[in-house]
Design a protein around this ligand. Structure first.
Ligand code: ATP
Length: 256
């Protein structure tokens, strides 16, 4: 069996008496789009934060391409092939689109620049190469016309693209998307769905998305893991999950 792009193994995390994650295990197959869903308070954000190094799990292991990355900080994870977007756009609003993308790229390469002791011309050449790649990523995401625009003036949909461009700037093998359709209307959500599929196909990366919008999830995910009260209650294809009695119960319970 091929090594999982991302594996979460028996991860547990409690906040006081609340078991936010209770022995959670699932894996993302290489080159697939995997969704993590569940009703409010199910543990999705907590799981996302454990994977992305924001929270430290009480127990359990997280692997990227088979390598144990448990407990690494977010900037260390970027160098291990894990990129992430943010639910509340964590962009520098006064800086331009290009500067935001370059900043993310440097967070990965800075150590290399300083540690390698390269000479100035080599650094300039290196910088040019990074700028060219940042521009290429922006072109790919359809925001090249906005390269020199301050992020603060962009539409929500364009800012979301910048957020994804930043995550891609670290050349991840696994991309974590935190509610990419939050705050979007149906048209914008459809655009994001298309974008996610294009990113996966063009870059051949694996994507894990945490998302509330079921239309988006059912439309893009190859596989879905469902959490409820911190436990995995279902794991399967969209068709399997949609008809799973445990999932229907979990979501109906939410409406009581
Ligand atoms: N920092 C925290 N301190 C205390 N309790 C927390 C913290 N973060 C989450 N929780 C609790 O852990 C449980 C899981 O919350 P989490 O935010 O991960 O769920 P979620 O599925 O992302 O929910 P939502 O869809 O509403 O965002 C909830 O009971 C929540 O109240």
């Amino acid at each position: 069996m091929a090594t999982s792009a991302l594996a979460v193994e028996n991860v547990a995390l409690s906040f006081g008496g609340v078991k936010a994650l209770d022995q959670v295990s699932f894996s993302v197959a290489p080159g697939t789009i995997h969704a993590l869903i569940g009703p409010n308070g199910a543990g999705k954000s907590t799981c996302f934060n454990v994977i992305s190094g924001v929270y430290r799990a009480d127990s359990g292991v997280v692997r990227v391409n088979g390598n144990d990355v448990t407990g690494l900080r977010p900037h260390q994870l970027a160098t291990r092939g894990l990129g992430r977007s943010f639910q509340n756009l964590a962009l520098s609003m006064h800086s331009t689109v290009l500067d935001n993308v370059m900043l993310a790229r440097h967070s990965r390469t800075r150590g290399g620049f300083l540690a390698s002791g390269v000479r100035w011309p080599a650094m300039v050449a290196e910088q040019r190469k990074h700028t060219a790649r940042a521009v290429e990523i922006c072109e790919f995401l359809g925001i090249e016309r906005l390269l020199h625009a301050p992020v603060g003036g962009l539409s929500y949909g364009d800012a979301k693209r910048v957020d994804i461009a930043r995550a891609l700037a670290t050349e991840p093998e696994v991309l974590l998307l935190d509610e990419p359709a939050a705050g979007m209307n149906a048209g914008e959500t459809a655009e994001v769905a298309e974008l996610i599929k294009v990113v996966r196909e063009a870059l051949d990366i694996s994507i894990l998305l945490v998302e509330h919008d079921m239309t988006l999830v059912m439309g893009v995910a190859d596989r879905i893991t469902v959490l409820d009260f911190g436990k995995v209650v279902a794991d399967g294809t969209p068709a399997e999950v949609r008809n799973d009695p445990e999932v229907i119960r979990a979501y109906l319970g939410e409406q009581d």
